[in-house]
Design a protein around this ligand. Structure first.
Ligand SMILES: Nc1ncnc2c1ncn2[C@@H]1O[C@H](COP(=O)(O)OP(=O)(O)OP(=O)(O)O)[C@@H](O)[C@H]1O
Ligand SMILES: [Mg+2]
Length: 250
């Protein structure tokens, strides 16, 4: 059975970093191949994974709207299916699918059912799917990626951040997407902020899976555009995510 992991939270909190380090951990545990899904319109999970993006689903769906885009004799469904296969960036351990945003006006809600079906067909080939969501949770709300076994709501170590995580939690609860477990992850900690934030955290109503501390190496790797999956194993953020996964593994 495919296990689906999703990461959500406010912008800039460390969702992509957490998702990439989770993937690093799964690779090291031999839980491959992994399907990584970048569901952020402003995609950059590929950089954290060191993968090149050839095509995004948003772009493909936009193309199908153009006149003459679909070859004669081909149904729109077959065309989309065929193009979507080309949108998968493959590597030894991780394949990446980037949702992207619509480039033209409007949304790409129209072929949503088709997209959902394709994602489901694709996901069965992988023991793990890791989805990096955008703050608005559009794809979670549309259930593009199916149900979720474990959702990590990521917050930075601020009272405002934790309150925003509480709203994300409420939003997820109001969605039709079935979510197995939900955990809070507090990021970029430098000391025992959890103590000072205990009151706010309690209001979120989620168990704290752990912290992903501020890690100068993460900042340095991002500064130089180096893939986070290449971080050394003894790097504090890497060790922390390993520990979080060990505690919350599905
Ligand atoms: N543990 C960490 N230590 C140091 N810097 C970090 C850490 N986690 C994240 N950052 C930095 O914080 C910034 C935002 O991180 P990241 O891109 O992972 O967040 P995000 O939630 O995915 O953002 P977005 O909403 O823009 O997609 C980046 O510059 C990243 O280098
Ligand atoms: Mg991100």
């Amino acid at each position: 059975m495919t296990k689906r992991i999703a990461v959500a939270g406010k912008g800039g909190t460390g969702k992509t970093t957490f998702a990439a380090l989770l993937i690093k951990n799964l690779i090291e545990d031999g839980k491959t191949p992994i399907l990584a899904v970048d569901a952020d319109a402003n995609a950059n999970l590929n950089e954290a994974l060191g993968l090149e993006v050839k095509e995004t689903i948003g772009r493909i769906l936009d193309q199908t709207k153009e006149r003459g885009a679909v070859p004669a004799g081909m149904t729109k469904e077959t065309f989309i299916q065929y193009r979507l296969n080309a949108a998968l960036s493959e590597s030894k351990d991780v394949d990446l699918l980037v949702m992207g945003g619509p480039e033209g006006p409007g949304c790409y809600c129209y072929p949503n059912d088709l997209l959902k079906k394709h994602m489901e067909d694709l996901a069965v080939n992988y023991p793990y799917v890791v989805m990096d969501n955008e703050a608005g949770l559009e794809h979670l709300s549309r259930r593009t990626a199916g149900e979720v076994d474990v959702l990590y709501i990521v917050s930075d170590a601020t009272a405002r951040g934790i309150r925003s995580a509480a709203r994300a939690h409420q939003l997820v609860r109001s969605l039709k997407t079935k979510v197995g477990q939900m955990h809070l992850v507090v990021t970029k900690t430098t000391g025992n902020e959890l103590e000072a934030l205990a009151g706010e955290i309690e209001k979120v109503g989620l168990p704290v899976a752990g912290t992903m501390p501020y890690d100068q190496k993460v900042a340095d790797y991002d500064l130089h555009g180096r893939p986070l999956v290449d971080l050394p194993g003894d790097s504090p953020a890497v060790e922390a995510v390993k520990e979080i996964w060990r505690k919350t593994e599905v």
